[in-house]
Design a protein around this ligand. Structure first.
Ligand SMILES: [Zn+2]
Length: 308
């Protein structure tokens, strides 16, 4: 395989946590969709009757969310911390804490018996661990302390080429968008393509059939949970009500689809009923949205009232 082919395949491999074919239509046989929350974890949520979604899973019970790594160099951790922190400026009532009081990165391991941090990041590339995914907001409470609540797959390798975060191209990169996207989930945000305007234009059954087939081989639960808003919100409302009965468990959906949202997947034209004219497509020239949009920030501010 020549260098050009390798680069293109790798780009597709990590592009596809938010992109289904789209940029990679010439590589259909090699495309892997990376945002696959492990089936056993989804089953555990369902079995526990605690599968929930945004926004009432926001961390309104604290002002600091601790984050620990299992793996990754200091350089990798700094890139991730910077991308994640792009969500939270001084106007927000919460912040992430990546380091302890001695200014050392928080870490966790598979031997832990108590939780080292609220968000626990792993870089597992095992097929059973999925690719890039995060548990939604406070549902981290159901994850055992010796397991990750967020998996960033091959980013431990991919991020090495970025050095530090001074490169303008870094913030335009798909890897940057992937980190911001997963931390969006960790803060309680759901997928933007769950918006009714987008669901009605997506050929949901065609996409689900696609991702369940080779080479992606998603389970039924993985496909429905990530693509079908009816499944996601039904599961969320029912199970969230049991886990958190004293709060408003209705999902919140903005008035219009936000085409600049970092939480929006990019699909190939054939997966939209209105094809290339779809109002459900990311608007960034990259073909994916690499940073959080004004609408994303507005949603987060609504989830986290207070601050400046
Ligand atoms: Zn996602």
């Amino acid at each position: 395989m020549d260098t050009q082919s390798i680069r293109r395949v790798l780009r597709c491999a990590f592009l596809l946590s938010m992109t289904i074919v789209g940029q990679c239509s010439t590589l259909a046989a090699e495309e892997l969709l990376q945002e696959r929350i492990p089936t056993k974890l989804i089953k555990a949520w369902a079995d526990d009757k605690r599968l929930v979604g945004s926004p009432s899973l926001a961390w309104t019970d604290r002002t600091t969310i601790t984050v620990a790594f299992n793996g990754g160099s200091d350089q990798i951790r700094q890139l991730i911390a910077d991308a994640a922190s792009s969500w939270l400026d001084s106007s927000m009532p919460i912040k992430f804490s990546f380091k302890d009081k001695n200014d050392r990165w928080r870490t966790w391991s598979a031997k832990d018996k108590s939780s080292a941090a609220t968000i626990r990041i792993a870089f597992s590339t095992k097929p059973e661990d999925g690719g890039y995914w995060s548990v939604i907001g406070r549902m981290t409470a159901i994850v055992p302390p010796n397991q990750q609540t967020m998996n960033l797959g091959d980013l431990e390798t991919v991020l090495q080429k970025w050095g530090d975060d001074s490169s303008p191209s870094w913030k335009r990169s798909y890897a940057h968008g992937t980190i911001v996207h997963e931390f969006g989930h960790a803060l309680g945000l759901a997928h933007e393509h769950f918006h009714p305007e987008c669901q009605s234009d997506l050929d949901v059954s065609k996409i689900i059939a696609y991702v369940k087939g080779p080479p992606n081989n998603w389970s039924e639960e993985q496909a429905l949970f990530n693509i079908d808003a009816n499944y996601y919100f039904k599961a969320s409302k029912t199970d969230q009500g049991k886990a958190f009965p004293k709060q408003d468990n209705e999902p919140e959906i903005g008035p219009h689809i936000d085409q600049a949202s970092v939480m929006l997947y990019a699909f190939a034209d054939d997966f939209y009923k209105s094809k290339s004219g779809s109002k459900c497509r990311p608007t960034d020239p990259e073909g994916y949205n690499p940073v959080a949009s004004k609408g994303d920030y507005a949603a987060l501010k609504a989830f986290y009232p207070g601050g400046n």
